[in-house]
Design a binder for this molecule. Structure first.
Ligand SMILES: Cc1cc2nc3c(=O)[nH]c(=O)nc-3n(C[C@H](O)[C@H](O)[C@H](O)COP(=O)(O)OP(=O)(O)OC[C@H]3O[C@@H](n4cnc5c(N)ncnc54)[C@H](O)[C@@H]3O)c2cc1C
Length: 379
């Protein structure tokens, strides 16, 4: 690791520990992630961490971007979710498929945090079966007219642009839509179990006119290129976000068990508590090693990297759920209390098993991958 990257990650830790972690519960309580903090994350170069330097980025390789995601995600899941949607989903799609004019138009401002973006695929009636989207575009001279609705769109409540996936019945395209365009109505979704500060909203598009030049990628490439690239990068980011929750929950249970006394003894001396700690340590160590392997496959553009990333997202969201559940258990009654971080980690972990492909749909993909990869291998 170069000295520049080492310093960058050290300063990210300092930033996360002083400007994010102490306020994570407050962000959730107020259901707001401060605009000023987003700007500071931009200035600190987190929001364009993977972009090349010519677009104000840090040009981080997959492994170091993973470490950055873990650092931010350990401090606060909302801050991590901003990296996931803005930098990984939208940023990667533009970087990979945008033309030079589009990259110059959006990426430098995205890196600086001057422009915030969100990724709008899911609809009220279309989730896992994303190829059935109904949000439509209709071509009109130099523009397209978008109609329809999207739901659950992270950070859309404060986004300047949405990367909207829409169909004309035959082809699917992705358009960068300025949220100030007439006809865009953004309605915050309240009452969420987690991700309360992530400005998750439902969006209505009523005759929204979008310049044709805002289409990212080739005509008809909305799914094959844009959605697949965005989700691949999003899943990689979430995989590190899952590890972050698991690690944070482990540290919380270790510290609590070394302080709390029952029956005149520290509770870590009880074997059933030790079992939970042992399982957490073993799962985190093995998953971390696997994520490092996946980072290396991604660095090589290896043909298996997409499927291995899916496995990583599936596994880390599972261990985040298990370890945060155990962390609540180790905390006893205090595990239910929001003066301790573990109840929030527990709720945030659950989100990871639903977003960017539910665990069930990822299991479907993993089984197909396994059925192909290991067929007749021993014969
Ligand atoms: C906190 C949060 C943030 C989100 N952020 C975004 C965002 O930024 N952008 C965006 O576009 N979307 C976002 N989403 C939406 C998310 O991607 C969807 O919720 C997810 O894809 C699941 O779709 P669904 O909710 O419609 O569930 P459904 O697709 O209705 O699934 C319901 C259940 O059926 C199961 N199921 C469905 N199909 C199959 C199958 N073939 N085999 C087995 N089981 C199946 C699922 O696994 C699930 O358990 C977000 C959601 C949440 C909760």
């Amino acid at each position: 690791m170069s000295e520049v990257i080492q310093d960058f990650l050290e300063s990210a830790k300092e930033f996360a520990n002083t400007k994010i972690r102490p306020f994570a519960a407050e962000f959730e309580e107020k259901q707001q992630f401060p605009a000023q903090l987003i700007k500071e994350m931009g200035k600190a170069k987190f929001l364009g961490a993977t972009f090349p330097e010519k677009y104000n980025g840090m040009n981080l390789d997959p492994y170091n971007y993973g470490l950055l995601t873990e650092i931010i995600g350990k401090a606060d899941c909302t801050a991590r979710s901003l990296l996931t949607v803005h930098t990984s989903l939208v940023g990667s799609a533009i970087l990979r498929w945008g033309n030079e004019a589009q990259k110059n138009k959006w990426l430098p401002d995205m890196a600086e945090g001057n422009i915030i973006t969100a990724f709008a695929l899911t609809e009220p009636n279309v989730g896992t079966d994303a190829s059935s989207i109904q949000t439509s575009y209709e071509e009109k001279e130099n523009a397209v007219i978008i109609n329809g609705s999207k739901k659950w769109i992270t950070f859309s409540g404060v986004a300047d642009y949405l990367l909207v996936i829409a169909t004309n019945g035959k082809k699917v395209n992705a358009y960068m839509v300025d949220t100030k365009t007439p006809g865009v109505t953004i309605k915050p979704i309240k009452g969420l179990m987690a991700a309360k500060a992530s400005y998750i909203s439902e969006i209505e598009f009523t005759n929204v006119e979008v310049p044709k030049e805002n289409r990212i990628g080739v005509d008809g490439g909305g799914f094959a290129y844009i959605v697949s690239t965005a989700l691949d990068h999003g899943r990689y980011s979430i995989a590190w976000g899952g590890l972050a929750i698991a690690q944070e929950a482990l540290e919380a249970m270790v510290n609590y068990s070394r302080e709390r006394k029952q029956f005149g003894k520290k509770i870590y001396t009880f074997q059933l508590i030790q079992e939970m700690i042992a399982n957490a340590v073993a799962n985190i160590h093995s998953t971390r090693a696997f994520l490092e392997k996946v980072a290396s496959l991604r660095q090589q553009n290896h043909q298996d990297s997409v499927n291995e990333t899916i496995i990583a997202k599936y596994l880390t969201s599972k261990i985040a759920m298990q370890i945060s559940t155990d962390a609540v258990q180790v905390h006893g009654g205090n595990g239910f209390y929001n003066k301790y971080p573990v109840e929030r980690l527990f709720r945030e972990a659950k989100v990871l098993e639903v977003i960017e492909g539910t665990s069930q749909v990822l299991q479907n993909i993993i089984s197909l991958y396994g059925l192909k990869k290991y067929y007749k291998i021993n014969c």
